[in-house]
Design a protein around this ligand. Sequence first.
Ligand code: ADP
Ligand code: MG
Length: 295
Amino acid sequence: MSDTTDTTDTLVDEILDPTRKMKAVQAERPGGAIAGSNPATLEADSISAWFGDHKVLEGVSLTMPARKVTALIGPSGCGKSTFLRILNRMHELVGSASLSGRVLLDGEDIYDRGRRITHARRQIGMVFQKPNPFPAMSIYDNVTAGLKMSGIKAGREDKDRLVEECLMKAGLWKEVRDRLRQPGGALSGGQQQRLCIARSLAVRPRVLLMDEPCSALDPTSTRRIEETIHELTDEVTIVIVTHNMQQAARVSNQCAFFLAEQGTPGAIVEHGATDAMFNNPQDPRTTDYVNGRFG
Ligand SMILES: Nc1ncnc2c1ncn2[C@@H]1O[C@H](COP(=O)(O)OP(=O)(O)O)[C@@H](O)[C@H]1O
Ligand SMILES: [Mg+2]
């Protein structure tokens, strides 16, 4: 994006949201870490999605409350990743992709005309299945990598504090505090994934989306990430896709069960409190799925 476009978009954003400048100033104080965290409620309203003519999601509505962990479960191909990508405007990166419906971040539609894509991405972070740190970049620089891209200016001391704080929150600080200048690529898979979580946290997202963040990890690293998720709930709203039912039961407050039956688009069969979804599901398909009878 050219500077000119960026400036224009910034102005448009400011006109649409006069408090924006103030929020940006608040966000530019990395030192004020914990005070700066501000988890938001994310609400999907009648989301349908297509790749070309292929409709892959139909009428998905779901509220993902602030300070809660929402787990998205369901068999492969039912549209969980597509839904997650729609929640932070990554779906539109695919040329053939389209969607309808609204995504509200504390009531504001992230798809409103005039809203910048970067605005949504900054507030709604994403952690992927395969850890993707910048392998040659130091652990320290990996954590601060998002700052510049998000236009956040920080001095050396602020950065030091931010790196420690984010690595701490991601449950990695003790393991790497003595080797912050070593490359991110030298860490184990589980450590790399926690580094990616730290990197996401550094730009103070209000929501963190995680697409099967543990599926490439061993059981010990998986437990470590699950602990991290627990510790983050006061900082950020979490939405996690998982194929592991025990994990969904352990980490989430509420669950949404997605299904795409016989060539129909994916939709939510049932959603609710995690306890109820596992112990007293209302739909027989949910019962079968959570008990491992298919998928
Ligand atoms: N980039 C893409 N281009 C075309 N079709 C896609 C693309 N990504 C996903 N799909 C299709 O969208 C549907 C949902 O996929 P996905 O969201 O990845 O499901 P899940 O994450 O639940 O496994 C599938 O039919 C898949 O083939
Ligand atoms: Mg997926």
